[in-house]
Design a protein around this ligand. Structure first.
Ligand SMILES: Cc1cc2nc3c(=O)[nH]c(=O)nc-3n(C[C@H](O)[C@H](O)[C@H](O)COP(=O)(O)O)c2cc1C
Length: 291
């Protein structure tokens, strides 16, 4: 189905006097979402680094892009599909990995809801390391749509390998390693309310369900959640260097994508090191302000 056909449903419903229950523009949806989400989650979702200059710069940079449509090409048969790593995808769109999206759904299982949206739309989800539900349960909702797993590489290499091998076994089709978040950016909105969801034990299911992570704890996370969170905080972020790339490359046969790369020289170096794809990103201005 072409994406534009989703509107047919709305117009046809209108013939029965049914109008959409939700706004159809992002501008109208945003305040409703903000009102519905608890303040602690809201600050984490909305907040960027520093004075949020990069967040704003990203939006205005994006607005500089335009499309030049071509005519007389029978647009009823749209084909936006792309080949990527041997897989044919219906469009070049992906859902970016968003840790805490799990907390944003009414039932507290937003990762599963996102995976179901991927199944319905054919737009692949890049599932974050930081999910409410373990990656195996997220992957089970993908239907026929491929999914990618995003890895925050922990300092414990055995744990990193365990997470990657679980992702492979669960059927994820590529590994996206995020490089720009071995330490959290300076985020004034979260700092002002002393809030960091993971430290409150949220979105750590991939860790607490992991045999290697569990083997590092004296007591099971169910019996001593605070100790599990503290261990997570100690091992969460690994400031990788180029010397780590051969190891990273060696732990998976899946296509390897590096997220957070912005400089052409870094792209060349990654390519030379056997990386399959670059996810050019400044993390939406949440990490280093000024990017
Ligand atoms: C609330 C929130 C949580 C995010 N969590 C993650 C995450 O867990 N892993 C990750 O790699 N990126 C995370 N990101 C960054 C996004 O994946 C993405 O990089 C960002 O929204 C900007 O989009 P762009 O990279 O396409 O420019 C998060 C972004 C937001 C807004």
């Amino acid at each position: 189905m072409a994406f534009a056909e989703y509107q047919d449903e709305i117009y046809l419903d209108g013939l029965r006097g049914v109008v959409p229950g939700l706004p159809v523009t992002c501008d109208e949806l945003q305040p409703l979402a903000e009102a519905a989400i608890p303040p602690a989650v809201r600050s984490y979702v909305a907040g960027g680094a520093g004075d949020e200059y990069t967040q704003r710069a990203n939006v205005s940079a994006f607005e500089q892009w335009g499309l030049v449509p071509r005519m007389m090409v029978s647009p009823t048969q749209r084909d936006l599909s792309v080949d990527l790593f041997g897989t044919r995808l219906p469009t070049p769109l992906f859902m970016a990995p968003v840790g805490v999206v799990g907390l944003c759904a009414q039932d507290g299982h937003g990762d599963l809801a996102t995976a179901r949206a991927a199944a319905r739309t054919g737009v692949p989800m890049i599932a974050s390391t930081l999910t409410v539900d373990p990656m195996e349960q997220v992957a089970a909702e993908f239907g026929g749509t491929p999914g990618f797993f995003q890895l925050y590489t922990p300092t414990d290499r055995e744990l990193a390998q365990s997470l990657v091998h679980r992702a492979e076994a669960a059927g994820f089709q590529a590994l996206v390693v995020t490089l720009d978040t071995w330490i959290t950016g300076w985020r004034p909105r979260d700092l002002a309310v002393s809030n960091f969801p993971q430290l409150r034990g949220h979105c750590l299911a991939n860790y607490t369900s992991d045999p290697v992570f569990r083997s590092r704890l004296e007591k099971a996370p169910e019996d001593d959640p605070a100790a599990a969170v503290m261990h997570w905080a100690k091992t969460f972020g690994n400031p990788l260097t180029w010397d780590d790339l051969p190891w990273l490359r060696s732990i998976t046969g899946l296509p390897l994508i590096l997220k957070g790369i912005c400089h052409p020289d870094d792209v060349r170096r990654a390519k030379d090191g056997g990386v399959d794809g670059i996810y050019c990103s400044n993390h939406g201005g949440r990490q280093a302000n000024g990017g």
